[in-house]
Design a protein around this ligand. Structure first.
Ligand SMILES: [Zn+2]
Length: 1298
């Protein structure tokens, strides 16, 4: 009987998980230090940790052991899902010998320690922030399973892998040819390719059987058994590294481990040269050093190889400090970038050190890390095709890396090859930044000159690379000529919105011939980067503020003006040349004065407007020339006038320049006059006036020089005289008033609440977390906070000059008005209904601003593109990684929603997927264009804005990135790239609980399970039609009518698809009625994505084949987009057409365990609030509503094709019948068992087990294998049951059912 209860418990758990849409995966039991983890427990714990701490870690497998166990690697670092430059990569590898078990367990503790202490312990935080840490607890999981706890000498098979190979003897050796067949040592080959790919900087290899640290080399050419010291070129460094560990280990440092093997052996300082101890061939540490760029030391942790579990805590205490300190050594020596003149990183460039015969090479970004002991060194960077460059006397000091970048010149041959259109000045190499001897040494020699666009780009890329921990470089858009409008963000944790940090922005070079702002802002970037951590004011500002600097808003105009200035162009009037953009528009009068202004807005202006609107800038300044002083917007109210005067006054106080008056000075506290420059009549206005009336941002113009184009020689003087005032300006954002607006009942922040000051028209709004900032001059004010649906509140505040005033508002709900929620919902419904007729939708889609991004992108370009979307639209777009492909490419998911931070349980969710087959190359590009159009029109088109605000759109542009890289443009029917890198067709791999699922499959499976999508659309190629589930043969679908309707919807809107016969090369004569088929009628197969989606998440998925050619020429992309864009939008509307409802008892309380059965077949579970939702085809549907203890209720719903269906309410008439426990179990069991049987039934039908018909016998005889299968997915409902399996008898429950 207890089995029945267990099953029941599992069914209930499953239904709960489906109902709530989440898994209780965040629960990680506290570490007890009292047991070893076998493979299953270790896997489970790593997976739980990686979910709980997803912001600072990611789990992946680099391959499998002989017996198919995963070689797990936990990566611990900030931004764990992306490849980052500027962080040295560190690794620990444990349990290389299966019987040496201690390290495996200690590395688990280390992982958990890093994860839990991050943000608590300063040293751990710094380590995780600055280091890219990879930890592999077990390289030999097969061996470990054979080892026995308490076996100290471990003499047996457990030491080796399952093919009897010693893994630490199987790496390529420098003196001897390898003897192992690669097929026999998959663990070694996986680690080798991992080492080569990552180019680790420092590593520890952990063993047992003695207590010491042993460093390379491990063998010599003579292979003398022991006693022969075989030194590397970095011998002193290796001794230092080994000693770092040894001297922090209480036993190791004694040098006398007294192990039973050799009780009298003494190791000076606890360290030894590997070969001197004893000669081994094929060791891992030598391979790391000779082939992998990586310095690795071997640590023997204890005499006993597999000490009893009672020793674990003591051993952790012995090793904890040593493990941490050793990791910090990844930061010694010299590091930096090797770049071309245009600022591109050079991969695989060589870094050599005079006097040390061992070179290292640069990684993907041109970054290198040369570990060195303190001293003075001459370093040389070289790369084929470039002139080598040597920097002499580079100082290395204790405790902090020296930064040294190299810019390499092309060799003459290479120079001749490249056509130089104009003479560009060679950028000087960046001087060494030696570690300051005193903490207070500001660097004043900045880069004072006129930077051309290329030089500015290089400057920005360089600083963002070198100071990557406090900078993020992004582009707010492009100029008419396609130049980037670069913005450098300077902040701790840059690129991430952080509660409590106000944002400030600077813009320069609005007029192209206005050089001063551009150069001063570049100086400001350099100054803040270089003085962060040195100058207290700079450090404080960077720590507490997000500072965004756009040095040039008009790069096109600047290039012209610079050429004219240098005499490269014949120009009659230098003074206005390059003033405007390439369309001859003055950008400073190009901002719309009214929302309905008929002004033609330039792309630069639009980009800046979008940029300002998409962020919460509190205060900003445009840095100008032609006048000196501060100007503020005209027609401001008296409260803001006082504020602007206050800001101005503060600026004057700090400005040395303004102490000596000049002719062009504006009067103190001057209101800006419209159109200061005499231009033809314009309808537009300047940026600050526009910002004042259209955004929360309070902006001023700061003029720094009478001359628009001060000569290069005078730039340093302008900087000297103004930089204090500029820093002061940033500081202003921290005086004034700030606070939170929260819901009094829930305590949650209210986003977009309005905060006003009595007497001022200027409003500010709260951030998504409910935070606001309101700059105000010293004085007394009434501040009023309001939000729709809440009672307005006001507070008095007295603002002093010297400190921040915190004013928080707790608003109570105003029950007399309909809630904002309801109003917005009604609004959106109306809009959606208006768009349902095809003609209306088509017209709407045509009216949207096109993104025009269409082109084929490779993996890197795609990632770059996705990232730029999230940086340009941070409020609505978020990028995250679902996992990695076989070849370690990230599988990206882009989420678009107006409510990124707080997902609502009832919101419609839709998923768009492409690139399941890598050679179906059209889908990824269509989805990127679709995403861009959505983002671009957010805030611009009210319907798009409301749709995004009230939906969650998930875009998976390419789920087979490896295949996509293989595929060839123009190949219509080739199969290159069709599969993943293991040759698996991913659309056959979706089998529930499949342990050997491909990593790409697993990534998507994890997303789908229990995630509650209403609809999914997959883009494919090679045909023209839409298919619906099932793909597997002979499977009846329960809601076929609805599924077919969804596919037809797409096909009917597509201009050609619905015609049904397109004559594709594949089956040219086939007639496809309406362009729609059931998947199994086209290409019957098992393990398909859409079957999985329907079965596991109850989410209907259709597959759209966009055209006969899998990978058409790029020129076809545009017309393919035109054909598919309206249907893509239509599917988004469709999720808003779903039926939703609530189930209640007779007293109006929600019934949480209700099941709604549609047309006698499909079961939908209500959530804890009694809420349920489903998509249904137009027509009449019968609902049976059941919940145990209630009489079944019947209800009929009519779904219209041109109207949205209002939510329905289903009330149980009678109260729950009290039942004794036994009856309750049977009642729920009979209901739930139906579900369970259905679930098991399709398990059995899945490819692998289709031949086995008798579920029970299969369960019984394959318990072991199912157990393993279930492990692959911790969410498997079967798992618990088989874990807790006892010697139970055949269970009658099963026998009866099957
Ligand atoms: Zn070992």
């Amino acid at each position: 009987m207890h089995i029945l209860l267990l099953i029941l418990q599992n069914i209930l758990l499953l239904s709960l998980r489906q109902t709530y849409g989440f898994k209780n995966s965040n629960d990680v039991n506290d570490e007890t230090f009292t047991e070893y983890y076998n493979y299953v427990d270790l896997t489970d714990r790593l997976q739980s940790l990686s979910k709980k701490y997803a912001h600072i870690c990611s789990l992946s497998s680099i391959g499998q052991s002989v017996e198919g166990r995963e070689l797990w690697v936990m990566r611990v670092t900030t931004s764990p899902s992306i490849v980052v430059a500027g962080k040295p990569r560190f690794k620990y590898v444990g349990n290389i010998h299966g019987d040496e078990a201690l390290s495996r367990q200690l590395l688990m503790y280390l992982i958990e320690y890093l994860l839990t202490e991050y943000d608590r312990d300063a040293r751990v935080s710094e380590l995780v922030d600055r280091t890219d840490i990879y930890i592999m607890p077990s390289m030999n999981p097969d061996g470990f399973e054979k080892a026995e706890e308490g076996d100290c000498s471990g003499r047996g098979e457990a030491r080796y892998n399952a093919k009897h190979h010693d893994l630490n003897r199987s790496f390529p050796d420098q003196y001897e040819p390898s003897t192992s067949s690669l097929n026999d040592i998959p663990e070694v080959t996986a680690v080798m390719s991992w080492i080569l790919e990552k180019k680790f900087v420092l590593s520890g290899s952990l063993h047992g059987g003695s207590v010491l640290a042993s460093y390379p080399f491990d063998d010599s050419s003579s292979h003398k058994t022991s006693g022969l010291y075989s030194s590397t070129a970095d011998d002193a460094l290796f001794r230092y590294l080994a000693q770092t560990y040894a001297e922090n280990h209480p036993i190791m440092r004694m040098g006398e481990p007294h192990c039973p093997d050799d009780p009298n052996k003494h190791f000076k300082d606890g360290i030894t040269n590997g070969a001197e101890w004893y000669d081994i061939q094929g060791g891992m540490q030598d391979y790391n050093y000779l082939k992998g760029n990586c310095f690795e030391v071997t640590f023997e942790l204890s005499c006993c190889k597999y000490p009893p579990a009672s020793q674990l805590y003591i051993e952790w205490a012995n090793n904890q400090e040593a493990l941490l300190l050793y990791m910090q050594k990844a930061h010694i020596g010299v590091r930096g970038f090797v770049m071309t003149r245009s600022g591109l990183g050079l991969q695989d460039a060589t870094i050599s050190v005079l006097g040390i015969d061992h070179n290292i090479t640069t990684w993907t970004f041109g970054d290198y890390y040369r570990l060195l002991l303190p001293g003075i060194y001459d370093l040389t960077a070289s790369a084929p095709g470039y002139l080598p460059k040597t920097v002499k006397e580079v100082p290395v000091v204790e405790g902090k890396p020296t930064l040294l970048n190299f810019t390499l010149e092309e060799t003459e041959e290479a120079m001749v090859m490249s056509v130089l259109t104009e003479q560009t000045t060679v950028t000087n190499e960046v001087p060494i930044t030696p570690v300051p001897s005193t903490p207070k040494s500001q660097i004043q020699s900045l880069d004072f000159r006129h930077h051309s666009y290329d030089e500015m780009e290089m400057f920005l890329q360089l600083f963002s690379a070198v100071y990557s921990s406090i900078t993020y470089l992004y582009s707010a858009g492009r100029s008419v000529q396609g130049k980037n409008l670069y913005v450098m963000e300077i902040s701790t944790n840059p690129g991430v919105s952080q509660q409590g940090k106000p944002e400030v922005m600077f813009v320069g070079n609005v007029l192209g011939n206005e050089f001063i702002g551009r150069e001063i802002l570049l100086n400001l970037i350099e100054y803040m980067c270089r003085n962060y951590g040195k100058d207290p004011l700079v450090t404080r500002l960077v720590n507490s503020t997000r500072i965004h600097i756009m040095p040039s808003m008009n790069p096109d105009g600047y290039e012209l003006a610079l050429k004219a200035q240098k005499g490269h162009l014949k120009v009659s009037d230098l003074s206005i040349f390059g003033h405007s953009n390439s369309h001859r528009v003055d950008l400073n009068t190009n901002f719309p004065q009214h929302t309905k202004s008929r002004l033609d807005i330039e792309v630069e202006t639009q980009a800046v407007m979008n940029w300002i609107k998409s962020r919460y800038f509190v205060l900003s300044a445009s840095i100008r020339g032609g006048f000196r002083g501060v100007e503020y917007p005209h027609s401001v109210d008296s409260i803001d006038e006082n504020l602007f005067k206050f800001v101005t006054e503060a600026f004057y106080m700090q400005s040395q320049a303004l102490q000596k008056p000049q002719a062009c000075d504006v009067p103190r506290t001057r209101e800006k006059k419209a159109n200061r420059h005499r231009r033809p009549p314009v309808t537009g206005t300047d940026m600050l006036t526009w910002a004042y009336s259209n955004t929360d941002n309070l902006a001023v113009d700061i003029g720094l020089s009478c001359d628009l184009r001060p000569p290069e020689e005078s730039l340093s003087e302008y900087w000297e005289q103004n930089h204090k005032a500029l820093l002061q300006f940033i500081q202003q954002v921290h005086l004034f008033v700030r606070g939170m607006v929260t819901d009094a009942q829930t305590g949650k922040g209210i986003s977009n609440a309005t905060v006003m000051v009595e007497g001022s028209r200027h409003q500010v709004h709260t951030s998504s977390a409910g935070q606001y900032w309101r700059p105000l001059a010293p004085g007394s004010y009434h501040i009023i906070a309001s939000a729709p649906g809440y009672t307005t509140m006001s507070e008095s505040v007295r603002v002093l000059e010297t400190r921040v005033e915190q004013v928080d508002f707790k608003l109570t709900r105003d029950t007399s008005q309909p809630s904002l929620e309801e109003e917005q919902q009604k609004d959106l419904e109306k809009l959606v209904e208006q768009l349902l007729p095809v003609g209306a939708l088509d017209k709407f889609v045509r009216s949207l601003l096109p993104a025009q991004t269409l082109q084929y992108r490779n993996y890197r370009e795609r990632a770059e593109f996705l990232r730029s979307l999230t940086f340009n639209f941070p409020r609505i777009a978020r990028l995250y990684s679902l996992g990695q492909s076989v070849e370690f490419r990230t599988i990206w998911a882009l989420e678009i929603s107006g409510n990124l931070e707080m997902p609502q349980s009832a919101e419609p969710k839709i998923r768009y997927v492409a690139g399941v087959h890598g050679n179906a190359a059209v889908g990824p590009e269509l989805l990127l264009e679709f995403a861009s159009v959505l983002c671009l029109n957010y805030g611009r088109n009210p319907t798009i804005t409301k749709l995004i605000d009230r939906s969650r759109i998930l875009i998976l542009p390419c789920v087979n990135p490896d295949g996509r890289e293989e595929a060839q443009e123009g190949h219509c029917s080739s199969t290159e790239g069709y599969t993943n890198a293991h040759g698996t067709d991913l659309d056959t791999d979706y089998i529930y609980g499949n342990m050997s699922a491909q990593p790409e499959t697993r990534a998507v499976m994890n997303l789908i399970e229990g995630s509650g999508f209403s609809l999914s659309v997959v883009l494919e190629g090679g045909f023209l039609m839409a298919t619906y589930p099932y793909d597997r043969p002979n499977q009846r679908t329960q809601n076929e009518e609805t599924l077919r309707y969804l596919a037809s919807l797409y096909a009917s809107i597509h201009p050609f698809m619905h015609m049904g016969n397109v004559g594709c090369a594949k089956e040219p004569a086939r007639e496809i009625p309406g362009g729609v088929l059931k998947g199994a009628e086209f290409n019957a197969h098992t393990g398909s994505l859409k079957d999985y989606s329907l079965d596991v998440d109850n989410c209907p998925e259709i597959t759209v084949y966009t055209g006969c050619c899998m990978y058409p020429p790029e020129s076809r992309l545009f017309s393919l987009w035109m054909e598919n864009r309206t249907p893509l939008f239509r599917m988004l509307l469709e999720v808003h057409r779903r039926l939703s409802g609530v189930v209640r008892d007779s007293k109006g309380r929600p019934v949480s365990d209700a099941v709604v059965v549609v047309n006698g077949s499909v079961s939908i579970h209500a959530d804890s609030h009694g809420y349920f939702t489903t998509l249904l085809a137009p027509g009449t549907h019968q609902l049976q509503v059941q919940a145990h203890g209630y009489q079944q209720e019947l209800q009929q719903v009519n779904i219209s094709s041109d109207r949205l269906t209002s939510p329905i309410v289903i009330d149980f008439t009678a109260d729950r019948v009290p039942l004794d426990q036994g009856v309750l179990i049977i009642a729920s069991a009979s209901l739930m068992s139906v579900l369970f049987c259905a679930l098991l039934a399709w398990h059995l039908r899945s490819a692998k087990f289709s031949r086995i018909r008798d579920g029970f016998h299969w369960c019984h005889s394959n318990r072991e294998s199912l157990h393993m299968e279930a492990m692959a997915s911790e969410k498997s409902p079967l798992r618990q049951e088989f874990l807790e399996d006892s010697e139970s008898e055949d269970d009658p429950f099963f026998v009866e059912r099957y």
